[in-house]
Design a protein around this ligand. Structure first.
Ligand code: FAD
Ligand code: NAD
Length: 463
């Protein structure tokens, strides 16, 4: 008979490992099942962390090659050592995954190594041993959506996983899908010298993002060298020893065309991953997109089985998964765990960054909510000028009657950090005037947020 646990979490991504830690902090006996050789899930191994490591390295390379002369710094003979860049990425990933292993030891969490399969409520099979538990948490995450006719080999036709591992800079990288993955990884390889073409089914990039921000972002990316083929449908791909031929046609009909690529990145979204988990056998209900159906407290239809993170509905973001992990552990301990889905920031870690929280203009219009807009460009911010980073602006949306903050969208330097101020203010139910009246240090990029908040009432000072 194996050990009896209070909680077995299946999957050690940001949802699973954070849930395991919080449950252990609250006094529960916890195990986490992970079949990958290292902990941390998609995010730490093949997602957030390696992509940010390469974004950082490629940004330094690009800046050194193109921007330093503006500062009066002349550097000759800049060369790319891609092997070292990839090794550094590996070191960053290892430091993070080992960090989770350390946290498991510190919190006395048992790592059950192998693939977990639910055999019944309260019973999880891992490599032939059935472990007993009061509660099961499904945190098995997601994987890439395949595109029929475009067969991934992770060498020439890649998902994000292969695109993070390329051992040479492709001459021409064609990306299918103008979403977050496409634009971040397109930025990495574009900065290192690839010609980048993005083929997108819709007539815009970054669907779901505030349209004004997305249009402005597309212009900025085009200036950086990205080519966009919007409203275009890829119909197939064939490989030869020199590369890939992609066939495509306009979504609305019209002449087909062929595009040659050295590498093709398929980045058309991710889908819930529940393979061989035993869901059908134990009767856990899933929706038409394969996501585990849960109630507001993360409970599935089978008593004692819960689910969090990418495998359930909602934005596929690491911090959303983490917050759900904490909330669920607290609910299991009899506390009032809660996630405010109205205030989950989303960030695209390109240059400049794109950050959003709360409602978009389109969302407010659709909901019939009257709003005021305050905008402020980074061209009018002293610190952004000093940095030579004036692309972009801050846009704040506030309720027309009450001035309560409804959303904010920032395209610009360090937008991902700046958006945290608005998220905090929104959590406290603040108004735009509240943000405008807070003393923001000078000269900082955050003054652009204050100025946009002032602009909601038409009284920005520096424009
Ligand atoms: P995952 O991280 O997917 O973890 C699930 C784990 O479960 C995996 O390790 C898997 O091996 C394991 N597993 C699955 N089935 C079983 C089983 N039966 N038994 C044992 N183990 C199992 N989000 C952000 O917020 N910011 C970013 O910058 C960001 N960048 C990204 C970049 C890329 C290239 C990608 C692909 C994703 C990125 N994401 C980012 C999304 C983020 O990675 C996910 O939202 C997040 O990892 C979801 O966490 P999770 O815990 O739900 O699942
Ligand atoms: P996405 O949903 O962000 O974008 C997919 C894009 O592909 C969309 O623009 C969609 O219209 C387009 N598309 C769909 N089918 C297509 C087709 N047949 N042909 C051409 N275009 C098509 O998905 P993604 O970029 O693959 O990212 C997956 C998930 O990973 C996202 O949910 C995202 O939240 C998460 N992620 C987050 C970050 C971050 O937070 N910085 C980074 C990477 C990934």
């Amino acid at each position: 008979m194996s050990e009896q646990f209070d909680v077995i979490v299946i999957g050690s991504g940001p949802g699973g490992y954070v849930c395991a830690i919080r449950a252990a902090q609250l006094g529960m006996k916890v195990a986490c099942v992970e079949k990958r050789a290292t902990l941390g899930g998609t995010c730490l191994n093949i997602g957030c962390i390696p992509s940010k490591a390469l974004l950082q390295s490629s940004e330094v390379f690009h800046e050194t090659a193109h921007s330093l002369k503006d500062h009066g710094i002349l550097v000759d003979g800049i060369k790319l050592d891609l092997d070292r860049m990839q090794d550094r990425k590996g070191e960053v990933v290892a430091a993070n995954t080992k960090g989770v292993e350390f946290l498991f030891t510190k919190n006395k969490i048992t790592w059950l190594k192998g693939a977990g399969r639910i055999v019944a409520a309260g019973k999880v099979d891992v490599a032939g041993t059935v472990h007993e538990t009061k509660t099961i948490v499904i945190a098995t995450g997601s994987d890439s959506v395949p595109l029929p006719g475009v067969t991934v080999d992770e060498k020439r036709i890649v998902t994000s996983t292969g695109a993070l591992e390329l051992d040479e800079v492709p001459g021409h990288l064609v990306i299918i899908g103008a979403g977050v993955i496409g634009l971040e990884l397109g930025s990495v390889w574009g900065r290192l010298g690839a010609k980048v073409t993005v083929v997108e089914f819709l007539d815009r990039i970054l669907p779901g993002t505030d349209t004004e921000i997305a249009k402005s972002f597309q212009r900025i990316l085009a200036k950086q060298g990205f080519s966009f083929k919007l409203s275009t449908k890829v119909t197939g791909a064939t490989q030869d020893d020199k590369g890939v031929s992609l066939t495509m046609e306009p979504v609305k009909g019209g002449a087909a065309e062929t595009l040659r690529a050295d590498v093709v990145l398929v980045a058309i979204g991710r889908r819930a991953y529940t393979e061989e988990l035993g869901l059908a056998e134990v009767g856990v209900a899933t929706d038409n997109r394969g996501r585990v159906i849960t109630d507001a407290h993360f409970a599935t239809n089978v008593p004692g089985i819960y689910a969090i993170g990418d495998v359930i509905a909602g934005p596929m973001l690491a911090h959303k998964a983490e917050d759900e992990g904490v909330a669920l552990a607290e609910l299991l301990a009899g506390q009032a765990g809660h996630v405010n889905y109205g205030v989950i920031p989303g960030i695209v870690y390109t240059w400049p960054e794109v950050a959003s929280v709360g409602e978009t203009e389109e969302g407010l219009k659709a909901a019939g909510i009257a709003y005021n807009i305050g905008k402020f460009p980074f061209t009018a911010n002293g610190r952004a000028r000093a940095m030579g980073a004036t692309d972009g602006f801050v846009k704040i949306l506030a309720d027309k009657t009450t001035d309560r903050l409804l959303g904010a969208h920032i395209i610009g330097p360090d937008a991902g950090t700046l958006i945290a101020e608005i998220a905090t203010a929104m959590e406290f139910g603040a108004s735009a005037e509240d943000v405008a009246r807070i003393c923001h240090a000078h000269p900082t990029l955050s003054e652009a947020v204050k100025e946009a908040a002032l602009a909601v009432e038409g009284r920005a000072l520096h424009i």
